[in-house]
Design a protein around this ligand. Structure first.
Ligand SMILES: [Zn+2]
Length: 295
């Protein structure tokens, strides 16, 4: 086997059942640099050469944002049913069970509470590797419960999204989650608690069209794909050429759909600054707060 083929074989895949780049070495899908996998993980799943942001596993995301030892998990007590008895290449319950066994959780989301730079927060993190992060009845219910509980406990709420959209195997029940999650955010609004959306690659469909884009502040990671329908569908519908990168973070920031695009390395400090700003807990002005205030 040639060296080139060996690297190609080890290249990270984008499939919905792969958790992260695999192998000791990998070739960066953006700049083609050879990267040692441990370096990539240590660098928060960001290419050290070109800063390409790879998709991040849920546990790593929680470690990045939540103060060590402060996380308490809320999710995991509800389980999806199969009202449509949906079968495609395999029956939905079997597909779900396989994902549950592989990832050790009930569905494509983890919610819980913790401290972010000492601030009490609730957080939900979607898992794109679990059935494409699709929002079925469990994902919607967990987000709604987390928002409601955050309001009760006077916590800011941070929703980290990574989702292909609604879960087709649950049909209309999936679509109802859009309304459910949206309404649940009212509990936070009533108590004037901050809700911050952090959109990561990819955020699409019903997730984009509901709670994900309702944040008091909407942040995305660099070059994340954020859309409702995919590029090809839009192109075929309106029969027009679409501008380069029109569904990526930077383009959406320019057009006003996002408030900020932040590199992963600065996420925690900036999130803390935004929460302090929105909560009226600002101490002495500092660089982060000045940045937030400039928006
Ligand atoms: Zn790279």
């Amino acid at each position: 086997m040639t060296l080139e083929r060996w690297f190609r074989r080890k290249k990270p895949t984008k499939g919905d059942d792969d958790s992260s780049p695999v192998g000791l070495w990998l070739k960066c899908e953006s700049c083609n640099a050879q990267i040692y996998r441990k370096d990539l993980v240590a660098n928060l799943y960001v290419c050290p050469e070109c800063k390409h942001h790879y998709r991040m596993p849920v546990d790593a995301r929680l470690s990045l944002l939540i103060d060590e030892g402060s996380f308490e998990q809320w999710s995991g007590s509800v389980q999806a049913v199969d009202p449509l008895e949906f079968v495609d290449q395999e029956a939905y319950p079997e597909r779900l069970k396989r994902a549950q066994e592989k990832f050790g959780r009930k569905d494509a989301i983890v919610t819980g509470s913790g401290l972010l730079d000492g601030l009490p927060v609730a957080i939900s993190v979607m898992d794109f590797f679990f059935l494409g992060g699709s929002m079925g009845s469990v994902v919607g219910e967990e987000i709604a419960r987390a928002a409601e509980r955050a309001a009760k406990e006077n916590r800011a709420f941070i929703a980290v999204t990574a989702s292909g959209g609604a879960r087709m195997q649950e049909g209309a029940l999936s679509l109802m989650q859009m309304a459910k999650t949206t309404v649940a955010l009212d509990y936070l609004a009533e108590k004037q608690l901050p809700f911050i959306s952090l959109l990561t690659d990819p955020t699409a469909g019903g997730t984009t069209a509901s709670f994900a884009t309702l944040g008091d502040i909407i942040i995305a990671e660099p070059k994340a794909l954020i859309c409702f329908a995919g590029q090809r569908v839009i192109q075929q519908t309106i029969k027009q050429e679409l501008p380069e990168g029109f569904q990526r973070s930077e383009f959406l920031l320019e057009k006003g759909m996002l408030d900020d695009v932040l590199e992963r390395a600065h996420l925690k400090e900036k999130l803390a600054a935004y929460i302090r700003l929105l909560s009226g807990r600002m101490g002495k002005p500092n660089v982060e707060v000045a940045h937030a205030a400039a928006l």
